[in-house]
Design a protein. Structure first.
Length: 265
């Protein structure tokens, strides 16, 4: 009976040891998973404001859509302000109405002579401001929305830059105003949406990868699966790989600890 009692005591003692080990392993797993999420989320959460399509033809008209994601998890986007280029002003700009938003058009005198349908234009659109009509219409965390205009005739230049301000309900203003980066240069943190213009007679932009939503670097936003791996993607891969390795090592150490305690008299 004493032997059975001793064996029972050992079995009783093994339970809390195993429970403690399981708690340690569980904590390690939680830490590693959190590290993985920290390494991955920055690449997922931060998307740029873009204009779609990314290209159009010089001399023609285009229907443009500004796609605005909410990057915050604790505030809604209540409005945006899109500034139209002053170096190459657009004679005709029409807004697609949306009952969820009020819009205001601010006009200015063109920096250079502008003609439309054979007549001189004395005022052009300088900026358009969209404001959510009510809190329910604001862009909530995890959402995006679109704001559309028709513009033309498009000037004879390589690109148009539409600097954009994104306003949040808590007063923060995110400025998507950085000019396009030169070829091979690092992408700016807050690039402005860019419309690239092709000469007349160029191939149809439909089906052309360049016709996808464009920022200053011509990237396709909100569709990470179609983009090539970048330096930040490589960093994320390293973070995930190291976290996985840490998890394996932690589990191996825990298993060794369990085995040693079981062998202990």
């Amino acid at each position: 009976m004493r032997v059975l009692s001793v064996s029972g005591a050992r079995r009783d003692q093994a339970v809390p040891r195993g429970g403690a080990v399981r708690r340690v392993v569980g904590g390690l797993v939680a830490v590693v998973v959190a590290a993985c999420l920290v390494g991955v989320m920055p690449g997922v959460a931060f998307a740029h404001v873009v204009v779609s399509p990314g290209t159009a033809t010089q001399g023609g008209y285009a229907a443009l859509t500004f796609r605005v994601p909410n990057e915050r998890d604790d505030a809604s986007t209540t409005g945006i302000e899109v500034q139209f280029p002053t170096d190459f002003p657009l004679a005709s700009v029409s807004v697609k109405p949306d009952p969820r938003y009020r819009y205001e058009i601010t006009k200015t005198k063109p920096a250079r002579p502008v003609e439309a349908h054979g007549a001189s234009v004395t005022e052009v659109v300088g900026k358009i401001t969209w404001t959510a009509a009510d809190p329910e219409s604001a862009i909530k965390p995890g959402e995006y929305d679109e704001f559309s205009v028709s513009v033309g005739p498009l000037p004879e230049t390589d690109l148009l830059v539409f600097k954009t301000l994104q306003r949040y309900g808590d007063g923060e203003v995110v400025r998507w105003i950085q000019e396009p980066a030169a070829a091979g240069a690092e992408e700016p943190e807050r690039p402005a949406p860019v419309l690239r213009l092709l000469p007349k007679g160029s191939d149809d932009t439909q089906g052309n990868p360049a016709a996808q939503p464009s920022t200053g670097t011509g990237e396709v936003a909100l569709d990470a699966s179609s983009a090539p791996a970048s330096g930040s993607d490589t960093g994320v891969a390293w973070a995930v790989g190291l976290s996985a390795a840490a998890l394996v090592i932690s589990l191996a150490c825990a298993a060794t600890l369990v085995a040693r305690r079981r062998r202990a008299p």
